[in-house]
Design a protein around this ligand. Structure first.
Ligand code: AHR
Length: 518
């Protein structure tokens, strides 16, 4: 069979969502610079986000103490174990859009006395408030994650916001601190991250950047540091690449904010006509990967604006919502944003980790949307059943980069062409841990070609290489409650180390992580 026919055949097989044939091997080269280590890749880049939306909190995390599903003080044990294995560094809560309609007093005190409210953003369902401040901060302590709380600026008051902070963090005797004690918590919590509003250009109040900036300063003035707690106050940043919002807000809020947020979702389709999470062909595989790579351009332009007024890079950029957004699964509530998660989503995660790591100087936190049962979830649940998604495994494999030093990589990659468009076939990111171990992750975006890669190691002292790979036969491979182990990491042996050259063949549509040690 000639090469053209082979490529055509393999493309057809891929577009039918069937087993993928390997058409050919492309060649790539790289140099990993252990001799030019840069700053720290914050572990918070691997952060998470859980909102009172659909079945994220209720069912997904919170089942209540009386549930037959094994739990710790109401929180599912299976989900706790899975999040612990991720080294989940932080959790953002309670929203999202929900945050600007959330009144924290609704979620404290005896559960049977908490008010029922309407969740106006997400399906109009009744919010029982069974999961509130104490339950959230308990979860953070159980899994060892830092809390990132989003305060209500859209429909709340500065007083409500400052009182919540005092309730949670004040160690002395005050009415609010004593109320916390009466509700079962003696010691204050540490709250390192606090968002002043969420998407205030949209669901958080439909404000102009000028109006938001002034209001931000009013609210932030009353967000105080009590009892040794140190808040990073996060101002609402742009919707994707809305540079005007960034310019106005970042310059106006100045030092009143320690960080600016940014939201960018991967859709590759019009908002009202989203793509399907499964059952797609190569066109949508390519479209989603290309669209997610826009994150790099968006960060470049946002950082350029931030550099104008903050050239020393004091203030951080937090991508506190990102991920894929597809049609909801058939038969589910459209307001619940429940979607399946395939190998494609794992590669989306890998590509974004690489982009965030490249921008590590300014990008110090990222939160994928969302942890359980919503959008690009790590975990799906159905009653007592739980499964780990391909995205979960991308986080689990790449967690080795957390709090390591960024190592620059020079890369010569072939293109992955589809129709008239092209994206790089290979993406690489490298880092070094405190003990000298070097971690390199690779994404091969190509639907059907493998990549022979020769990597020069400059200033890397290593004798041993081990690897793990995440891939599957079909592009939309995913885990289901009946078949929960379709996509899982495997040992990767197609990698060798000779003097200072790392040689590998990256399988098509794969994420590979290798560890270089002595
Ligand atoms: O993550 C779902 C929603 O997306 C969030 O509530 C909102 O902030 C964003 O628009």
């Amino acid at each position: 069979m000639n090469k053209f026919l082979l490529i055509l055949l393999s493309s057809l097989l891929v577009s039918q969502g069937q087993k993928v044939a390997v058409a050919e091997a492309l060649e790539a080269t790289a140099t990993i610079h252990g001799d030019r280590a840069q700053g720290t890749i914050s572990k918070h880049i691997y952060g998470h986000f859980m909102e009172h939306l659909g079945r994220c909190i209720y069912d997904g995390l919170w089942v209540g103490e009386e549930s037959s599903i094994p739990n710790t003080r109401g929180i599912r044990n299976d989900v706790i174990a899975a999040l612990k294995d991720l080294n989940c560094p932080n959790l953002r809560w309670p929203g999202g859009c929900f945050a600007d309609d959330y009144h924290w007093r609704d979620g404290i005190g005896p559960r049977d006395k908490r008010p029922e409210r309407i969740n106006i953003h997400w399906g109009g369902v009744i919010e029982t408030n069974a999961f509130g401040t104490h339950e959230f901060l308990d979860l953070c302590e159980i899994i060892g994650a830092d809390p990132y709380i989003a305060g209500n600026m859209g429909s709340g008051s500065p007083q409500e916001m400052r009182d919540w902070i005092e309730y949670m963090t004040f160690a002395g005797e005050s009415e609010l601190a004593n109320e916390r004690r009466a509700n079962g918590r003696e010691e204050p919590w540490k709250i390192p991250f606090f968002g002043v509003g969420n998407e205030n250009w949209g669901c958080g109040g439909n404000m102009t950047p000028e109006f938001y900036s002034d209001l931000y300063k009013r609210f932030a003035t009353f967000c105080r540091d009590f009892s040794g707690n140190h808040l990073m106050r996060v101002a609402c940043g742009p919707n994707g690449g809305d540079d005007n919002w960034t310019k106005v807000v970042f310059s106006r809020v100045g030092g009143h904010a320690q960080a600016l947020s940014l939201h960018y979702y991967t859709l590759a389709a019009p908002w009202h006509d989203k793509l399907s999470a499964t059952g797609f062909g190569e066109d949508q595989w390519f479209g989603i990967l290309r669209s997610t790579m826009r994150m790099d351009d968006i960060l470049n332009s946002t950082e350029a604006i931030m550099n104008d007024t903050d050239p020393e890079i004091y203030r951080g950029l937090y991508v506190d919502e990102w991920g894929t957004w597809y049609q909801v699964e058939e038969g589910t509530n459209p307001g619940f944003l429940y979607q399946q998660n395939t190998l494609r989503d794992a590669l989306v995660a890998g590509l974004n980790f690489h982009i965030f790591q490249k921008h590590h100087q300014r990008v110090r936190m990222c939160n994928i949307a969302q942890t359980v049962n919503v959008l690009q979830a790590m975990i799906l649940t159905e009653g007592e059943k739980m499964l780990l998604t391909p995205t979960y495994y991308a986080f689990e494999m790449c967690k080795v980069h957390q709090d390591t030093k960024f190592l620059p990589v020079e890369l010569e990659t072939p293109e992955y062409k589809f129709g008239d468009a092209a994206i790089p076939a290979v993406s690489v990111s490298a880092s070094r841990g405190d003990d000298g171990t070097v971690y390199v992750s690779f994404v091969n975006t190509h639907a059907h070609d493998s990549i022979n890669l020769k990597c020069q190691l400059a200033g890397v002292d290593a004798q041993k290489v081990t690897g793990r790979v995440l891939s599957a036969d079909s592009l939309d491979a995913h885990n289901t409650f009946d078949q929960p182990n379709q996509v899982e990491p495997r040992e990767f042996t197609d990698v060798s180390l000779n003097d200072s050259t790392l040689s590998t063949t990256l399988p098509p549509h794969s994420l590979v992580v290798v560890t270089l040690s002595n």
